[in-house]
Write a protein that binds this ligand. Structure first.
Ligand SMILES: Cc1cc2nc3c(=O)[nH]c(=O)nc-3n(C[C@H](O)[C@H](O)[C@H](O)COP(=O)(O)O)c2cc1C
Ligand code: SF4
Length: 401
């Protein structure tokens, strides 16, 4: 039978400080099973499961591993992306706090599959309090004979360092700036060697896929989005927190039934560069083929002001742009300036045209995902809440519903 809790299964059940409790809950059995399989067979299983990356882009996990496996060379790396800098995200923190062992087992299986001897966990700077817990979990796991060496590297607080190429620059000791692509990490990543980077939640799925089989995993979800998804829900809700849902479940179930939101005006899905959808889309299924990105869900009720939300989001992105390419460096600043004008009640009709033109230019010419997706809150709000911009031009001042 398909299960509703795949990723959070051990959370609240095992003791994250003591591997004995993990071992009692079938811990490391998947790793033992994987080592009896050929690495290519492990990759086949992950591909057949249809697991897609949970870090935002939804890239097929098995395909990424296969590319790295087939890349020539003996020196390869696995990186677990625990940077979690997206606004409103705290699901990876919850996983790290409650079940570091499944993550480590997932990393060990990934390393075996691609042929890596060294792995890194890139930990968000603000999660420094988790360093001792993770270090202890890694050392307890190594005592059980894991062949991969896992090192924890702490970030320095830059949002862009969650982007895979900026993250690798950071591990190498450089400035946290995105790289030109191609080459992509499975061909040339960390120190120009084949590298796979996966989100915490993606790797958490691996042990259960190996233990229960691809068929078990792919029973749940939609045609193109298999398994479950973990969400961090915050904002105007009665019960903020971390929830796991089968992919394809409606947004309504998460936001209203579980988190207890009322009078919803809009939902920001996937963080600063994610989609903003109006209440009329509350029955949209949560899947990669619809509106899903990273696992952040921020709910705004009818008392919230659209311009205020979009302005603050663009201010954040302008601040966090690494500045390497001009479409993003200049574009996010220009958008934030225009939105500031709207926020002061000084927006003009022609500003909307400029926002739309900037959005088009940035989405096709920015170097990395930050700049390419930075216009999303602007374009979505113009699509669904254009009347709020129009009212602000007409009346000036803030628009309250
Ligand atoms: C600005 C920016 C920030 C990102 N932050 C994160 C992050 O904090 N965690 C994460 O897993 N992926 C983040 N990503 C996505 C990564 O670049 C990468 O796609 C992901 O780690 C791949 O893992 P997955 O295939 O398991 O999803 C970010 C991307 C961008 C453009
Ligand atoms: S898009 Fe933005 S964050 Fe990415 S490289 Fe260009 S300036 Fe840096």
């Amino acid at each position: 039978m398909p299960e509703k809790r795949i990723v959070l299964k051990n959370c609240g059940v095992i003791d994250p400080k003591n591997i004995a409790t993990y071992l009692a809950a079938d811990g490391l059995k998947a790793w033992q099973k994987a080592r009896q399989m050929a690495p290519e067979k492990v990759i086949e299983e992950v591909k057949a499961a249809g697991l897609r990356g949970r870090g935002g882009a939804g890239f097929p996990c098995g395909l990424k591993w296969e590319l790295a496996r087939k890349s020539p060379g003996d020196e390869k790396y696995v990186i677990c992306n625990a940077d979690e800098g997206e606004i409103g995200t705290f699901k990876d923190r919850y996983i790290l706090e409650n079940d570091p062992f499944t993550l480590i087992e997932g990393i060990a299986i990934a390393a075996y599959a691609v042929g890596a001897k060294q792995a890194f966990i890139y930990l968000r700077a603000e999660y420094h309090h988790l360093l001792d817990l993770l270090t202890s979990a890694v050392s307890q796991s190594h005592e059980q004979g894991l062949e991969v060496n896992i090192e924890i590297r702490e970030g320095a607080g830059a949002y862009v360092c969650g982007e895979e190429s900026a993250l690798m620059e950071s591990i190498e000791g450089g400035r946290g700036e995105a790289r030109y692509k191609p080459p992509f990490p499975p061909n040339r990543g960390l120190w120009q060697k084949p590298t796979i980077i996966n989100n915490v939640e993606t790797l958490m799925n691996i042990p259960r896929i190996i233990l229960n089989g691809a068929g078990w995993f792919s029973q749940t979800g939609t045609e193109k989005s298999k398994g479950t998804k973990v969400f961090s829900v915050s904002g105007d809700v009665a019960r903020p927190g971390v929830y796991e849902l089968i992919l394809g479940s409606p947004l309504r179930e998460l936001v209203i039934d579980l988190a207890g939101a009322e009078k919803v005006k809009m939902v920001q899905i996937g963080g600063a560069t994610g989609r903003i959808v109006p209440y009329t889309m509350i029955d949209t299924p949560l899947s990669f083929e619809t509106i899903l990105g990273a696992g952040s869900i921020i709910v705004y009720d009818e008392s919230r002001d659209t311009i205020d939300i979009v302005y603050r989001t663009l201010e954040f992105l302008a601040e966090e742009s690494c500045g390497k390419c001009s479409p993003c460096r200049e574009g996010t600043e220009a958008m934030a300036e225009i939105l500031a004008r709207f926020d002061r009640g000084e927006g003009r009709e022609k500003d909307i045209k400029v926002l739309e033109e900037l959005a088009r230019a940035m989405s096709i010419s920015a170097l990395c995902g930050l700049g390419q997706a930075a216009p999303t809150p602007v374009t979505d709000s113009l699509q669904y809440f254009r009347e709020d911009y129009a009212k602000r031009i007409k009346q000036g001042g803030k628009v309250r519903c």
